[in-house]
Design a protein around this ligand. Structure first.
Ligand SMILES: [Zn+2]
Length: 308
């Protein structure tokens, strides 16, 4: 049903035109082009339209409040060269009643998917830049280059590129039971798939086996890749897997989870378990497995993906 459909924040939502990033003259022409659009980010929040069904605010003119007036070139979106720029200051920039700043994490699932992807892309880049204002090698200030996609040291010339932290997320299953866990600070009754960051010197498959063991005491094999999801909160790439559980005694040995257990497919289908938001790859892993097992959809809203 869903294997070919991109997760939210993923998909070919933008032509990144990466070969043009180093062409300063071309980027200057596009900045001056009436077709240019501007995405404003403030304090990692995205500017969106006001209303129950928000849209990304694709401004026609460059806001004055930007600290870096050149911005970051994101690519071509719906035929427009699009630049993301960041507003300075601790006060919310005043932009009238038609727009507001919102945390993408709260509204991503409400946006048209291509706009959600574009805002996620911009958010991830600004978070990265905020952590690379100084050179990690010599401590000098860095300067943005290549359309904002590299931070170069003004002293030693070291180049820092956008970084992504790979994290595995896995649905471990034992026939018609699925292993889910919960953290203590989650809403009452919510359970989700097992996840964790990949460590240096570790394959994705190794990380899947280790994380499930550390968090639940369960051993898994038959690790199969399913799909991935950019998760810019702040800089993860979630790599989704399904695996087979080969043991059944659940423990929570490393203390990261408050509880973990196997749920029957009836528990999951009946709503007895509060699942993660439908915009998450965790839900996607569960719904794909549920569909394979039952032929029924877990999703009660519009069909996946929600295309505008
Ligand atoms: Zn340096």
């Amino acid at each position: 049903m869903t294997a070919q459909n991109p997760n939210i924040y993923a998909g070919p939502y933008v032509d990144r035109a990466s070969s043009v990033r180093a062409d300063a003259a071309q980027l200057a022409m596009w900045r001056a082009d009436p077709l240019a659009r501007w995405l404003l980010v403030w304090s990692l929040q995205s500017l969106v339209t006001v209303g129950d069904a928000p849209n990304a605010a694709l401004l026609r003119t460059r806001p004055d409040s930007a600290s870096d007036p050149e911005g970051i070139f994101l690519g071509h979106f719906r035929g427009h060269p699009v630049f993301a720029i960041e507003a300075d200051g601790t006060e919310v920039p005043a932009l009238g009643d038609a727009h507001r700043f919102a945390d993408l994490r709260g509204i991503g699932g409400l946006l048209p998917p291509d706009e959600a992807g574009l805002l996620a892309y911009a958010r991830a880049l600004f978070y990265w830049r905020s952590r690379h204002r100084y050179c990690g090698a010599c401590g000098e200030l860095t300067v943005a280059g290549d359309g904002g996609h590299v931070m170069r040291c003004a002293g030693c010339g070291h180049a820092a590129f956008p970084r992504i932290d790979p994290a595995i997320i896995v649905l471990a299953v034992d026939g018609d039971r699925a292993l889910l866990g919960r953290q203590a600070n989650w809403p009452t009754g919510r359970y989700s798939t097992i996840a964790g960051f990949v460590e240096p010197g570790e394959s994705l498959e190794d990380a899947v086996v280790r994380e499930v063991r550390e968090e639940t005491g369960i051993e898994v094999d038959q690790v199969r890749y399913r799909s991935s999801q950019p998760w810019p909160f702040p800089s993860s790439l979630m790599l989704g897997f399904q695996a087979r559980a080969t043991t059944s005694t659940v423990l929570c040995p490393d203390g990261e989870l408050e509880d973990a257990r196997f749920f029957s497919i009836q528990d999951i289908g009946s709503g007895a378990v509060l699942l993660p938001p439908s915009s998450s790859i965790s839900f996607r892993l569960i719904e794909d497995w549920f569909y394979t097992q039952t032929g029924s959809s877990l999703r009660t809203g519009p069909p996946w993906p929600m295309r505008s």
